[in-house]
Ligand binder design. Structure first.
Ligand code: ZN
Length: 409
């Protein structure tokens, strides 16, 4: 059994999802010899951090062909433009105030910050997306963020009013190193803002598909408070946001710099009520995961026995955990997706063909599994014709359910 990555306390094993490929490792052809690792989670009852027990080496996950690009999603472009506006409006007041983004991907947020005339630097380890940021004129350091990198920046007199990261901090296995790095280059009145999938949301929705190789930690205020207090940092504000099926945006400063907000206190109170600091919560979560696995298998086997054709909607990274843990690849004819980097490829390990959007419109399947469940409302609105033609959706968050037209009317 492994120890907590943060405080070295013995971890309690929670989920064992079995052998899992890299969630984003979409294959050019059917491949039965893919890299896998054992996807397991553990809970630390001392610092309350819910975490992966093993994580594949970073070069297996973030590399030249890293598939995710922010600009491929209109939702995310809009989201990051709003983030830039929020940072500019609330935290930038002096011409010297500058912004660092850790994991800036293809630079959507910083491009907007630049348009506001605010000085900025991006750090991005994946070369292909870092190049895209450089092409639009942004200053990018193509590296992983670390204390060492922060020290180099400090030597060049780079101190930041705002350090921002989205869906990145949960990727970094050494959080102590991150905190040391942040404290080196954050101005005295600076703000470290980061947003990540929210543990409370995962537990409430049983959305275990958020658990995959890239996400080594699943955060809540209770666990982050324990981490930050070691570095003279504290969360003073928090904002629940809709991205990735339920995320939290944390606002962190040096201790005592800013008053704690009402919504921060409310969120903390909710976490205590949800018992995110108790083992029983996580053991119960695992039971719910096992029930969903059982239910989806029953449902799909039954539909297949009645000769129904089943397809999937959205070849998401999340779906890799769901498909492989539940072992449902055998039921699914294909998954449709609109992203060019995925079309005509095959899903990791389960080898399900990924087809373009027109395949979804043209085929006469009556059941579609919604893997992009975090966009459920928009998708149901867009696909009214599918409903009208008698199509049914299968959702699995927070439980397995078939949704027909009558169901939502
Ligand atoms: Zn711990």
């Amino acid at each position: 059994m492994t120890n907590c990555r943060l405080c070295n306390n013995k971890l309690l094993l929670i989920n064992n999802f079995g052998e899992m490929p890299i969630a984003n490792a979409f294959q050019n052809k059917v491949n039965n010899a893919q890299f896998t690792f054992n996807l397991q989670t553990g809970f630390c009852n001392k610092c309350f951090m819910f975490q992966l027990i093993d994580q594949p080496p970073p070069e297996k996950m973030f590399h030249q062909d890293y598939a995710f690009s922010t600009r491929s999603s209109m939702f995310m472009i809009k989201h990051f433009q709003n983030v830039a506006k929020m940072i500019k409006t609330n935290f930038i007041s002096d011409p010297d105030d500058n912004v660092l983004e850790i994991g800036c991907n293809d630079g959507v947020m910083l491009e907007q910050i630049q348009k506001y005339g605010v000085k900025n630097i991006g750090v991005e380890p994946s070369a292909n997306v870092a190049e895209k940021s450089q092409e639009i004129g942004l200053e990018i350091i193509n590296d992983f963020f670390s204390e060492e990198l922060a020290l180099n920046m400090k030597n060049n007199s780079n101190y930041f009013k705002v350090i921002y990261a989205s869906n990145v901090i949960c990727h970094l296995p050494d959080l102590n190193d991150l905190c040391k790095g942040i404290t080196k280059i954050l101005k005295k009145d600076g703000i470290f803002i980061f947003e990540e999938p929210y543990l409370a949301s995962i537990i409430k929705k049983n959305s275990f598909d958020q658990i995959y190789d890239e996400h080594v930690y699943f955060y809540c205020i209770l666990s982050l408070n324990n981490l930050f207090q070691n570095y003279n940092l504290e969360i003073f504000d928090s904002e629940e946001i809709w991205t990735h099926g339920g995320s939290m945006r944390y606002f962190v400063s040096f201790k005592g710099k800013y008053p704690k907000t009402e919504r921060f206190r409310n969120s903390l109170h909710k976490e205590v009520k949800l018992k995110l600091d108790r083992e029983e919560t996580y053991l119960n979560f695992n039971k719910n995961c096992e029930k969903i696995k059982y239910d989806i298998n029953q449902t799909l086997a039954d539909l297949k026995n009645k000769n129904n054709e089943i397809v999937g909607y959205g070849a998401t990274s999340k779906s890799t955990t769901f498909i492989n843990y539940c072992d449902i690849g055998k039921y699914i004819n294909f998954i449709s997706d609109t992203s060019h980097s995925k079309i005509n490829k095959f899903t990791p390990l389960s080898n399900i063909p990924i087809k373009d959007y027109s395949s979804f419109q043209e085929s006469c399947h009556s059941f579609t599994i919604l893997f992009a469940w975090n966009h459920m409302k928009e998708i149901f609105k867009k696909e009214t014709e599918y409903f009208d033609n008698g199509g049914n959706w299968i959702v699995y968050v927070p439980e397995v359910k078939i949704i027909s037209k009558e169901e939502i009317e």
